[in-house]
Ligand binder design. Structure first.
Ligand code: MOS
Length: 741
């Protein structure tokens, strides 16, 4: 068979990452690695108070230091434009006034010939403040709440109700009423944020570590009053993001200002410490769960009150109650979100925002209810399984949560556990198992793409999209290969560039569904254009055949009634002298499915832990995740997404927390020595399984998202396993040894 073409579908195959070789050989270029001629370096100056005003800023000594090219402060920085657009939840205004509202606020930039010179000079800039008493203690301000006007996702109301919660709760036969706390957590991608800004007249080019190139383009165009077409953002490879690289932050604005000021390209790379106050984090959540139930386990009242800190501009409120209204049947429900304004930096989305902290509380509370009822926690969930979305009153596109639990329980030997907590022990090790549900919305955004087919039998696919490690290059290669009937080696996918057709960012787990729908359309468009060429073409064996009499197979059009009669697309292109090939365009957008169906990914998560009875150390010894996530484009990258989420869940359960110094409002453990992300040694062999799930409602590919859902139930499953092992219910993360002794 001609190796150009391919008959069997690639979608679903565990294709190796097409960009894998580039990455392991160091050829993949990350934002800071693009060589630019005459490059200058920026180093950020940060506030050392959390509230007040800069009274004086003296940079005279720094200015005279070797290599220093410019020092930007609020006194000399250009004015930025506020066009009032709401579209981007983070507006990276910087150096616009003397006002300080959090510790670590960006208050200046030194630009020099080298990074070291810039950093050295930055240390010599003297800043004096009129400092005010900052509001930096969440605990002390717990009662000082306000009702937010809106949450990040418009569809989610700050307060959700159904039925009469208070009445049902007071009348319930069994109740749980507990408080759960998830601390501040930082996204901490391996690659720090980095930007190179370069002006050419009024045209701006940015090499930026960005999950959303069209977003960064729009934000910077807005701030600097530029036409969109004059802002070019490039981000081909990204060393992780987890949400903190969706918005463009102040350092991007600073790089753009500085490049203009010195008339040279300027690079800013954040240090790990600088990432803590300046590129978002998942703000802590204080969550009061109240569940009222009948003795049968039927939940009658579900209350989930969230209090969460926010910056003075109230930019981000963690929507931890997002999944509570849809996950279980509860006829009476109350889910209010309350903000607590503090002099803290802005929070932002972090992997599975909302659901991750929310499901820690909800899924632990359900476990507590199961023990109170002496009921298997899986059986409890089964008894509260809603036949349709109980809040939206819409049918599910697909919901196979119970099947995930059934398959998982079987695989994990769930039935072999002791029914009682604290009853399984091997020497010093207390053994326990726990479960939790996982869920995340299956979202999709408008997304476009173009594809060029060339007579040498290759296809070039271009879309703005990004790959944050999720596998976009690979999955889109598979979508194009199948739609064009080409071998994957014949497909080149180019992404991470605003010169390509616009797409949403990699966020919200909508990448594969959104990008894939656009690529699918673009490839179908090429096929249609090619087919049209054959119709009136005397030299084509298919001449005169109508579209419905022809089918497409492995890069060939063939007559339906005679498979010997046909020709390949390369033959068509050559005969028509289309030496440049032919281009197809896709502009896919969701239809009205969101109004007709409730669309979510579901999963069941099973953890086994060993707790050292003497030291309180917890080791996760087994972990299984079973997911129903529609069609799986690539089994390998998909399970890698899920295991990554689970590893993050181990960190969340056992070690991750960003601690604020309650005197000054700074994060005190602002590096990877003080902030412990889970590493290989913390993770067991993680097993991931996908159910066969056909969802023809959710989008043309039948794909649901996978990037985030793996994290959502993981910490709760581990906390529940720790309870099962020890009989100790720890409701405040992370579960460090001191809490177990
Ligand atoms: Mo995700 S938190 O939308 O990158």
């Amino acid at each position: 068979m001609n190796p150009t073409f391919r008959k069997t579908p690639l979608i679903g195959e565990p294709l190796d990452r097409v960009d894998g070789r580039l990455k392991v050989t160091g050829q993949a270029k990350y934002a800071a690695e693009f060589p630019r001629p005459n490059l200058a370096y920026g180093y950020i100056i940060q506030s050392t108070v959390a509230r007040g005003e800069i009274s004086t800023i003296d940079s005279s000594k720094a200015e005279a230091m070797p290599g220093v090219l410019a020092i930007l402060t609020h006194e000399n920085a250009p004015r930025l434009i506020d066009n009032g657009e709401e579209e981007h939840f983070t507006k990276p205004f910087v150096l616009q006034s003397a006002k300080i509202d959090h510790f670590g606020q960006r208050i200046g930039l030194v630009v020099a010939e080298t990074f070291e010179q810039a950093r050295d000079a930055a240390m010599q800039v003297t800043v004096n403040y009129h400092a005010a008493e900052p509001n930096v203690s969440f605990e002390k301000n717990l009662e000082n709440t306000f009702k937010p006007e809106k949450l990040l996702i418009e569809e989610l109301k700050p307060e959700t109700r159904r039925g009469d919660f208070e009445k049902a709760f007071s009348e319930s036969e069994i109740c749980v009423d507990e408080i759960y706390v998830v601390p501040n957590q930082h996204n901490n991608p391996m690659e720090p944020h980095a930007t190179i800004a370069e002006w050419d007249g009024d045209h701006l080019t940015l090499h930026d570590s960005s999950q959303h190139v069209n977003g960064a383009q729009k934000t910077m165009a807005g701030l600097f009053g530029l036409d969109l077409k004059n802002v070019h953002v490039i981000s081909p490879f990204i060393g992780g993001g987890f949400g903190c690289k969706v918005p463009a932050w102040e350092h991007v604005t600073l790089a753009v200002m500085a490049a203009k000021r010195v008339g040279r390209p300027v690079k800013i790379v954040l240090s790990r410490q600088q990432m803590f106050p300046g590129v978002g984090y998942r703000p802590l959540t204080w969550q009061r769960m109240r569940i009222g139930a009948k003795r049968t386990g039927e939940i009658t009242a579900l209350g989930h009150e969230i209090r969460t800190p926010t910056d003075v501009a109230h930019e981000y409120i963690e929507h931890a109650g997002a999944a509570t209204p849809m996950l279980y049947s509860a006829p009476n429900l109350l889910v209010p979100h309350l903000g607590v304004e503090l002099n803290w930096p802005r929070g932002t989305i972090m992997r599975a925002p909302g659901n991750t902290p929310g499901l820690f509380a909800l899924e632990c509370a359900l476990d507590e209810l199961a023990y109170a009822l002496d009921l298997d926690p899986i059986e409890l969930r089964k008894r509260n399984e809603p036949p349709h979305d109980p809040q939206k009153n819409l049918p599910w596109s697909t919901r196979n949560l119970m099947e995930c639990f059934r398959v998982g329980a079987d695989k994990f030997d769930w039935s072999k556990r002791s029914k009682k907590a604290g009853a399984m022990r091997e020497g010093r090790k207390l053994i326990g198992v726990g479960v939790a549900s996982a869920t995340f919305p299956a979202l999709r955004m408008p997304s476009s793409a173009r594809v060029r087919l060339t007579p040498d039998g290759r296809a070039l696919v271009q879309l703005a999209a990004t790959d944050i490690g999720t596998g976009t290059y690979t999955s889109q290669t598979q979508v194009a290969a199948d739609t064009l009937g080409l071998a994957p080696e014949r497909i080149t996918v180019q992404i991470g560039d605003t010169d390509f057709p616009p797409t949403p960012g990699s966020g919200g787990s909508w990448g594969a569904a959104s990008y894939g729908s656009g690529v699918l359309q673009a490839c179908a468009d090429v096929r249609r254009k090619l087919l049209a060429l054959t119709h009136g073409d005397a030299h084509s064996p298919l001449k005169g055949l109508a579209e419905n009499e022809i089918e497409f197979r492995a890069g060939r059009f063939v007559a339906k009634n005679d498979s010997a009669c046909g020709e390949s697309f390369t033959e068509i292109l050559k005969r028509h002298s289309l030496t440049e090939g032919i281009e197809g365009h896709g502009r896919a957008k969701p239809g009205d499915e969101e109004e007709k169906f409730s669309m979510h990914t579901f999963g069941a998560q099973f953890a086994e832990v060993q707790v050292d009875a003497d030291t309180g150390e917890v080791h996760v010894s087994r972990f299984l995740g079973v997911f129903a996530s529609g069609r799986i484009l690539n089994e390998k990258t998909a399970s890698s997404q899920i295991s990554g989420g689970i590893v993050m869940g181990i960190g969340m359960a056992l070690s991750e927390a960003s601690i604020v110094d309650e005197r000054y409002g700074q994060f005190v453990n602002a590096d990877l020595a003080g902030y412990h992300v889970a590493v290989n040694r913390d993770a067991p062999q993680i097993e991931v399984m996908f159910l066969e799930e056909r969802d023809d409602k959710v989008n043309p590919l039948g794909v649901k998202g996978l990037g985030e859902v793996g994290l959502t139930g993981a910490a709760a499953a581990i906390a529940n396993a720790i309870y099962h092992a020890t009989g100790k219910r720890i409701r405040e993360l992370p579960i460090t040894p001191d809490k177990l002794l």
